[in-house]
Design a protein around this ligand. Sequence first.
Ligand SMILES: CC(=O)N[C@H]1[C@@H](OP(=O)(O)OP(=O)(O)OC[C@H]2O[C@@H](n3ccc(=O)[nH]c3=O)[C@H](O)[C@@H]2O)O[C@H](CO)[C@@H](O)[C@@H]1O[C@H](C)C(=O)N[C@@H](C)C(=O)N[C@H](CCC(=O)O)C(=O)O
Ligand SMILES: Nc1ncnc2c1ncn2[C@@H]1O[C@H](COP(=O)(O)OP(=O)(O)OP(=O)(O)O)[C@@H](O)[C@H]1O
Ligand SMILES: N[C@H](CCC[C@H](N)C(=O)O)C(=O)O
Ligand SMILES: [Mg+2]
Length: 494
Amino acid sequence: MTHMKMKKLLRYIPFYKVTKPVADLHIKGLSMDSRTTEPGDVFVCLRGVDVDGHRFAKGAVERGAVAVIAEEEVALSVPVVLVNDTSRALAMASAAFYGCPSESLHVIGVTGTNGKTTITYLLEEIFQQHKKKTGIIGTIQVNIAGETFPVKNTTPDALTLQRYFHKMHAAGVNHAIMEVSSHALDQGRVFGCDFDIAVFTNLTQDHLDYHENFDDYLRAKSLLFAQLGNGYNKEREKFAVINNDSPQAKKFIRSTSQGLLTYGIFEEADIKAEEYTMTETGTAFIMTTPIGSVSIKSPLMGLFSIYNMLAAAGAAILSGVPLETIQRSFQQTKGVRGRFEPVREGQGFGVVVDYAHTPDSLKNVLQTLRDLCKGTITVVVGCGGDRDRSKRPEMAKVSVDYADRVIFTNDNPRTEDPKQIFRDMTTHVKGRYKLIEDRKEAITYAIEHAKTGDIVLIAGKGHETYQEIKGTRHHFDDCEVARTILREMKEHPS
Ligand SMILES: CC(=O)N[C@H]1[C@@H](OP(=O)(O)OP(=O)(O)OC[C@H]2O[C@@H](n3ccc(=O)[nH]c3=O)[C@H](O)[C@@H]2O)O[C@H](CO)[C@@H](O)[C@@H]1O[C@H](C)C(=O)N[C@@H](C)C(=O)N[C@H](CCC(=O)O)C(=O)O
Ligand SMILES: Nc1ncnc2c1ncn2[C@@H]1O[C@H](COP(=O)(O)OP(=O)(O)OP(=O)(O)O)[C@@H](O)[C@H]1O
Ligand SMILES: N[C@H](CCC[C@H](N)C(=O)O)C(=O)O
Ligand SMILES: [Mg+2]
């Protein structure tokens, strides 16, 4: 789509008031950033977390914006469309501008504190086995039928998101799988998106820097289920796939009026894992489902991986995938980059890189390692700067409670002083840890002190390839660093 009539665009925005007639106005695009606005664009003023986009409306008009969507009157030479909520208006306008592409895609949204990326990749593998063309949007990257794009956010802004859906549609993708963050739900980034299936993983502490409290975090997450079925396409049935073992399951179930499929291990559920076992090589269980039972063997480790497989299986079954395909896919899965990823250079101890950056995920991973480890467990971990401060002492406590040796180090201090982050982390833990600010030094120390049968967990950064310090991103990759150290040790044994 290269242009559209403003009149048509406005049909998708339910309530608005215009300051000047827009009947004959042709628009060439939408913009939410005055720095990149182009002639013919409609500029949408977003009330940001840092600044108020209304301040930039004039600048956008100077760059050629032909209309502005705003929440308050702004004195401009072009028509201003007044709405209650510009974020949601942007989402609807973006969907309209790109021809509502999500309506013609089979869209699966995954939300929850942990497991989103993993489940989306499990689903990508299943659908590819099922010979579907996939598009995936999430923390690691966007991948549209094999073409990849770097990401700034786990869930992109509404305009970028609709552009990706449009690209998917044009590339012949039929299955779009995406992570939906609580920030995205709160800011209406996915408001213009017609989800067919919404998956809930779990809800534990994170992001309380952004959300006022845990209830506010829950409310944001539940919006995905509340908006299920609100799209224009009423022909296809919509489903919520809910983890019934989560203490919050009922609240999510109550948020939707659409179909429901539950999964779990301990509570009653439509999809259940029974007789599960865990070994050094993975997990095995019997998966009972509404379409039959199947025996699952997978290289994925830990109880949390079983939950991720059940969630993926739920969405896949609702998408018409046979159980045998799901079974084969779980057996052959390569896992996800930076999620419980082993680094093997022939050393006699284990090194695992994992993206655990919340108290609950760290606990899950350390518990899983405890069951596998014959020796001692060392954890190398830090807490991100400019993020939830209240999770810092919790993550430190989990480290000290579940690992034998604890090394606290930097993990993207961003604009914060690392020493303040360490102070926050260690207020309630006494002794039993070592502080090594430089992450490479910390990893080196952990690996050099590991003995046969031990395990070193390097947590928090997973797939990330940078360390952000004072606004600058320096190249840093946990797997790469660990591999280099292990190789040097092999070449120069001391
Ligand atoms: C805190 C937060 O959520 N920030 C997001 C938000 O930016 P913002 O509200 O701060 O925007 P702003 O800088 O205040 O600007 C407001 C408006 O003015 C405009 N502007 C600004 C300056 C100017 O000169 N001209 C102009 O027009 C901006 O384009 C914007 O439209 O909206 C942007 C567009 O959607 C996001 O990219 C940005 O994410 C930042 C980068 C971020 O770090 N977000 C994190 C916290 C986040 O969203 N994380 C979640 C979850 C991660 C996970 O757990 O997996 C995610 O989905 O990534
Ligand atoms: N179902 C789960 N329950 C608890 N912890 C999990 C679960 N799945 C994965 N984890 C842990 O959480 C970490 C992050 O997993 P993943 O990247 O799949 O989650 P995410 O929800 O996408 O996270 P983010 O919000 O950062 O994008 C993993 O490295 C692992 O330690
Ligand atoms: N998407 C999450 C990832 C955090 C990962 C951790 N390495 C950190 O930097 O805190 C966030 O931006 O909050
Ligand atoms: Mg993710």
